[in-house]
Design a protein around this ligand. Structure first.
Ligand SMILES: C[S@@+](CC[C@H](N)C(=O)[O-])C[C@H]1O[C@@H](n2cnc3c(N)ncnc32)[C@H](O)[C@@H]1O
Length: 261
């Protein structure tokens, strides 16, 4: 792959996120954008770590609920623990399909995201905006059995609410009753002074991002049964010890988990 394919001259969502999580898979353009964001929202890395913990909490919860097939769209660069590590530690036979449209993510995923259990781990280069292509590739899943669709910190890049709901509806439609939707989405309700500056920085750098209200995020779950505690800041979703004491003002993500009736 050439650096031209990677567009290293432009910031990318996954690489900004990687930099803010302390990773090494990022380039100068990503670091420059992230540094600008930190001026508005110095707590951003706290938020991103809380979001990763949310992914792990939701994955563990859904594995505990008996789900053995996970479709993770908007995977991001590998950061431990990765979703399949959580899932296959709880249920070694569980299958995980990762989907992203960033070439660097897919290259790293193929190299690093190796099975920890007996279940399959697969990767798909696809766009969330083309749900049918994702579902076609999920052919190895048994769609008569429940699937967990995880959309963790990706729907902020689908700025139109109707489009986001339509994507969720199309991805969930063929899934069996008892399937689940876990998602987290960006907000600035926690920090109305600093948060909008970071959202603006993403957009000015060519990465479309929208911040949603709690009501807006609840709207993404329309038609599904939210489990307790509903849509809450990610560190308040069934908190671990690490979540306790996290500054509410530093967490820019709402999260929730729901089941399909
Ligand atoms: C902020 S990262 C989140 C990574 C991971 N889910 C997490 O929460 O730790 C957003 C990811 O979504 C991916 N992404 C953005 N738009 C996408 C699209 N239209 N289709 C597929 N992936 C997309 C980006 O490449 C990036 O890896």
């Amino acid at each position: 792959m050439s650096s031209g394919d990677l567009r290293t001259d432009r910031p990318h969502s996954a690489r900004i996120y990687d930099f803010l999580l302390g990773g090494k898979d990022n380039f100068e353009a990503d670091r420059a954008a992230a540094t600008q964001m930190l001026q508005h929202t110095p707590g951003l890395p706290i938020s991103m770590r809380a979001n990763r913990r949310f992914m792990a909490k939701a994955a563990r919860y859904l594995t505990g609920a008996g789900i053995r097939q996970f479709l993770d769209v908007g995977t991001g660069l590998p950061t431990r623990p990765n979703l399949h590590e959580v899932v296959q530690t709880e249920a070694p036979d569980a299958a995980v399909m990762y989907v992203d449209n960033d070439p660097l993510v897919l290259t790293h995923a193929r190299a690093l995201l190796t099975q920890v259990g007996t279940g399959a781990v697969s990767y798909l280069d696809a766009d969330l905006r083309k749900p049918e292509a994702i579902l076609d590739a999920a052919g190895s899943f048994d769609l008569s059995r429940p699937v967990a669709l995880t959309l963790i910190a990706v729907l902020q890049h689908v700025v139109d609410d109707d489009e986001a709901r339509d994507i969720i509806g199309r991805l969930m439609a063929p899934l069996a009753t008892g399937s689940a939707l876990a998602l987290s989405a960006v907000t600035v309700e926690n920090d109305p002074d600093g948060g909008p500056g970071t959202v603006k920085t993403y957009n000015q750098n060519g990465v479309p991002v929208v911040a949603r209200t709690r009501t807006g995020v609840e709207g993404l779950f329309a038609g599904f049964d939210l489990v307790s505690p509903g849509v809450v800041p990610v560190h308040h979703w069934r908190p671990t010890d690490e979540d306790k004491g996290v500054d509410d003002a530093a967490v820019y993500m709402y999260g929730g988990v729901a089941f399909k009736r």
